[in-house]
Each structure stands twice: as structure tokens, then as C-alpha cells.
Design a protein around this ligand. Sequence first.
Ligand SMILES: Nc1ncnc2c1ncn2[C@@H]1O[C@H](COP(=O)(O)OP(=O)(O)O)[C@@H](O)[C@H]1O
Ligand SMILES: [Mg+2]
Length: 335
Amino acid sequence: MSVLSVQDLEVYYKTDRGVAQAVRGASFEVPEGQVVGVVGESGCGKTTLARAIIGVMPKTARIAGGRLMFQGVDLLGLSPREMASRRWRDIAFIPQSAMNSLDPVYRVGTQMAEVLVERGGMDKRAARRRAAELFDMVGLDPGRLRDFPHQYSGGMRQRAAIALALALEPRLVIADEPVTALDVIIQRQVLDTFKELQGRLGLSVILITHDISVVAYASDRVVVMYAGEVIESGATAEVLGRPFHPYTMGLCKAFPELHGGGGTLVPIEGSPPDLIAPPEGCSFADRCPFVEPECRTARPPLVDVASGSLAACRRTSEAEELRVLAGEAGTWLRS
Ligand SMILES: Nc1ncnc2c1ncn2[C@@H]1O[C@H](COP(=O)(O)OP(=O)(O)O)[C@@H](O)[C@H]1O
Ligand SMILES: [Mg+2]
């Protein structure tokens, strides 16, 4: 059973230069009680996707197509008011800059209680009790509710942001780069707490990150985005262990710790296409070491490749050989 089904989502921004197609026909499922990692380079549409799901977007953004089926209801068909009543209660969001979203002049506990009163309709005393409970849950000493935000470390602030997201017991939590600003050891600790809570509460999670090692560590399934499209998806171990899309092969190559530190770190050269005039064919063609002339004529659809995985590449039948080539550093170096 899926909690959320994202179907052919299209999100465009109006800009001075023209219309930027930030999310282009993205489709994937979020199964009940699982963590789905959404991964891709900066600018590939992850935050836009998240904001479309929670229904909080800048005025210049427009949903140009698709459906967001949440427990049988298309979120895109809801009025802003109906959507607002579901936010936090059904779907909670940990924004990319959650660490800095606390107001420096008020005690953390005061801010937590205020949110619980506003979003949860609690009275002040119940809100204070719930804040302490939530702090305990995310591994923070409830005594620290009396502190001001500057007295918190980055990891503590991120834990407080998680506590706030869980306040009203949502079904789905969307976390946008929740550990990006933290050092690696603290990242692990925060992810461990998050995973433990997710399992215990049976939460469904969309974990957004540009860091494929975070996905490898914390997600059950992975959705790889490139230039606004989903180019590969499936069980994390399958997709990272046996990628079918050259972009995913390149991402794995750029994070050698995935393979126990055995490989050479090789970045994918070049940059993603301009989303105001995206290419007609495969959006990865310009950077793909395995590109063929036909790749540039039409966008490859997502097709079944292996045990529940999907990939959008014309050459998936040759994936085994391409994986061997992708493992050689020279493949990724431009002459
Ligand atoms: N408010 C905006 N107005 C215009 N373009 C935007 C806006 N926000 C994001 N974009 C563009 O949309 C694309 C996707 O951005 P974003 O969703 O933030 O990607 P990510 O979170 O993966 O880094 C980028 O090309 C970005 O420049
Ligand atoms: Mg982002």
C-alpha cells in the first residue's frame, strides 16, 4: 500500500528568461511505513517537488500537470484551506533551512508551545507537556526547552525541527536535506534517531538529499532525480548495488564510501541542462559517457528493469557492461 502516489507531476516557474520546467513528469510511490530517499544534484527539482506535495509554493510556481494521490485523495484538487488543515496533521515538512528557522529572541520551548497551540489547538499547559514529551522522544533534554536557539548546537536544532514535525503525529514526513549542514558524525546520530522514531511510529518518510551516502544509510527505497525528472527508482540496495541508469552509476562512483572506500572519487563532469529550454531527448545525454545519437531524439520513458526497479535509459539491456565501464575512472573523464 502506498501512502502517497506521485503521478506525472509537472511544476513550472515563471522567470525573467521564460518558464523553467523544474519538475518534469515525475512519478513514484511512497509505500506505507518506508523511507523513500529522493536524491540528485542541486537544482534537479527536489525542493520544488517537496513544496508541491505540501502545497506551499512561491507565487511564481505553477503545477502544470499530474496527480498527488494521498490516501485516495488528489491533493492537487484540494482548496488551499483543505490543504492547510492537512498540513502538519497528515503531512509534515522539515524545510531545508530548518536549523535557522528558530527565532533567536525567544526561548525554544516558547516557540514549540506556540506552534502546538496554533497547529494542534492545544491549550498552553498541554502544549508545554507535549513539547517536553517530543524533546524526550528526539533525544533532547526537556530542560533545554528553556534555552535560546543560540545555546543549541546544529544537531540539537535539527532534532528540535524533527520534534516539531512529529508534533501532531503525521502519516507522512517530508524532510528536505535534514542533515546537510551537520558534520558526518552528527549526521549519523540524527539519522539514527530519525530512523528509530520512523520505525517505532510507523511513519512514511520522503528523505530529500543531494548526498547518496545519506540515502544508502537511511532509506528503504530511492528515487533518483535529474533535471526535474525521475530517472531511476527502486529498493535502495538494488538501485545502488545494480544501477541501470548511467547517471546513477556516476553518482555511486562519486561517493566511493558506498563501496567500502575501494574506488576512486570521480565527479560527473559538466552540468545539468537549462530547464527553460530542456533537451528533446534524454536530459543526461550531454554528460553521459554512453550516449548514442538516438538518445537525443526522444525522452526515454521509465521502464521496468529488475525486481521492482524502474529506469529511464535506452540502453538498460546493456546495463551490465555499462556498469563495468562506469567503474573505470577514465570513462568519466572528458578528453
Ligand atoms: N522560486 C523560483 N523561481 C524560479 N526558479 C526556481 C525557483 N525555485 C527554484 N527554481 C529553479 O527550479 C529548479 C529546481 O530547483 P529546486 O527545486 O530548488 O532544486 P533542488 O532542491 O534539487 O536543489 C532549479 O533550476 C532552480 O533554479
Ligand atoms: Mg533543495
